[in-house]
Design a protein around this ligand. Sequence first.
Ligand code: HEC
Length: 217
Amino acid sequence: MDWTDGEILRAMVCGVDKQGNALFPIMPYPNFGEMDEEDIMSIIAYIRTLAPKEYEPATSSSDFPMNFIINTIPSKPAFAPRPDPSDKVAQGKYLVNAGMCASCHTKSENGSVTGKPFSGGMEFPLEDGSIVRSANITPHSSGIGKWSTEQFVQKFTMFADSSYTAPKVGPGDFQTVMPWNTYAGMTESDLLAIYAYLQTLDPVEQVVERFTPAAGK
Ligand code: HEC
């Protein structure tokens, strides 16, 4: 990658690539733009340690009117300092933004938000015709309202335990969409902060059907 750190930074937080083209916000630059600039610089330093691989993606394009609208989306970052770890709720909010929990746990259809924040129900159609839906993670009893802090932390950290073996998934069975492995390496203090922040959300009553098998299964 022959990009400078500044060019990577601009793509990550403003949504503008090396050539000056706008990136589609599926790339979560609005989230990254609210982080601490120092954290973004650490991510760039980490990316630079990865083994180089050759890959030439096809040029992306969009139809009218998106080919014009897309250029109006990039925005200036609103960097905010990483909160003091003693403020659990603020730290949890910071991590939930960086971890993009809302993008999957708030229902949206065709790019527009249609559900209440963090109340789940976003549909992930799988290739075999089954549908997985994100969970309600608000503090209502139909969400994670009955979960203890220990249960919450354990649900994440069990995936970091080397003795953990995932249950066998057969064709057509439920399989998780939640990136458990990606999040499993968080520290207990980070997970406690996320739990503390989620507890401050508006409790939304919504029972989500987690899985609908493909017809005929
Ligand atoms: C790529 C989409 C995606 C992202 C990002 C994501 N989740 Fe999830 N999550 C899901 C889906 C889908 C489920 C429910 C079904 C499953 O396991 O796939 C789920 C399940 C969960 C559950 C389990 C709830 C239950 O009832 O078992 C918790 C807790 C959770 N997510 C919290 C989080 C938090 C906190 C974050 C951010 C750090 C996050 N998720 C980010 C998709 C996502």
